[in-house]
Design a protein around this ligand. Structure first.
Ligand code: 5GP
Length: 238
């Protein structure tokens, strides 16, 4: 499958058409951005690590019955996937309070939540990805029906129920993560984008060390080593 015209360039990926109108190619970039694009950098090899990590996690989720856009990894930086109409909602799943939950509501950093929290953010850089409730999402026309929002929450919880114990067995706490969904050509809602340390928080259970993009956001250094460690644990090399 060949890359054809560039359809879109995002902060972490480029999206290309292919000869098949139902399939697209994502190129995973080495670029890193945070704070709505205000902080920028690049880390050689980051894109390939995220492509490999996402590939393994999409395969795991598919094997457990979650429908995703994943078709196959083409090479280090390229993934072939289905074309979807993107739902402009970021579905955030949280097991432990940190980040914006701590900032916005004052819940102490590191607090284990009494139950898994699922939130919606409006995928809109110009507005700074604000929080959405169900009525906002319907008024904005981000989905047509309430049952679509219910489905996003249900599938997000199913994904957490698969990934949380999976990572715990590899010595990593899955603190929180962001999911995106789209509608395929038949109108089915499926998981899209990527699942990587760029959009998940992983804390090492033994040391408490951060193994994700917070190393960049918080200027901690060692981002690539951490991402490699996450991949190695997924592959069972450690
Ligand atoms: P927070 O709302 O605390 O900043 O982020 C919660 C979780 O969702 C974190 O795992 C974070 O990586 C992910 N997340 C939220 N918004 C974005 C975003 O716009 N881009 C990326 N890559 N991840 C996000």
């Amino acid at each position: 499958m060949q890359k054809k015209e560039l359809l879109y360039e995002g902060k972490a990926k480029k999206l290309f058409a292919t000869e098949d109108e139902n399939l697209l190619i994502s190129e995973f970039k080495d670029d890193l951005t945070a704070f709505n694009g205000e902080k920028k950098s690049s880390e050689a090899g980051k894109g390939a690590l995220n492509n490999k990590i996402s590939t393994e996690l999409f395969k795991l989720l598919e094997a457990k019955g979650i429908k995703t856009h994943f078709v196959k990894m083409l090479d280090d930086n390229h993934m072939l996937h289905k074309r979807t109409k993107v739902i402009q909602i970021e579905v955030i799943v949280r097991n432990i309070a940190t980040g914006s939950l701590t900032r916005n509501l004052g819940i102490k950093d590191g607090t284990v939540l009494p139950f898994t929290l699922v939130e919606f953010d409006y995928k809109n850089d110009a507005l700074g990805d604000p929080k959405l409730n169900d009525q906002h999402a319907l008024i904005l026309g981000l989905v047509e029906y309430q049952d679509e929002l219910d489905k996003l929450r249900r599938v997000a919880r199913q994904i957490n129920d698969i990934l949380k114990p999976y990572f715990a067995a590899k010595g990593l706490n899955l603190v929180d993560f962001k999911l995106e969904f789209g509608k395929d050509k038949d109108g089915n809602i499926i998981l899209i984008d990527e699942i990587s340390p760029d959009n998940c928080r992983f804390w090492d259970i033994a040391s408490g060390e951060k193994m994700d993009k917070d190393r960049f956001r918080q200027g901690l250094g060692g981002l690539k080593v951490a991402y490699e460690e996450v991949l190695n644990r997924i592959l069972g090399n450690k």
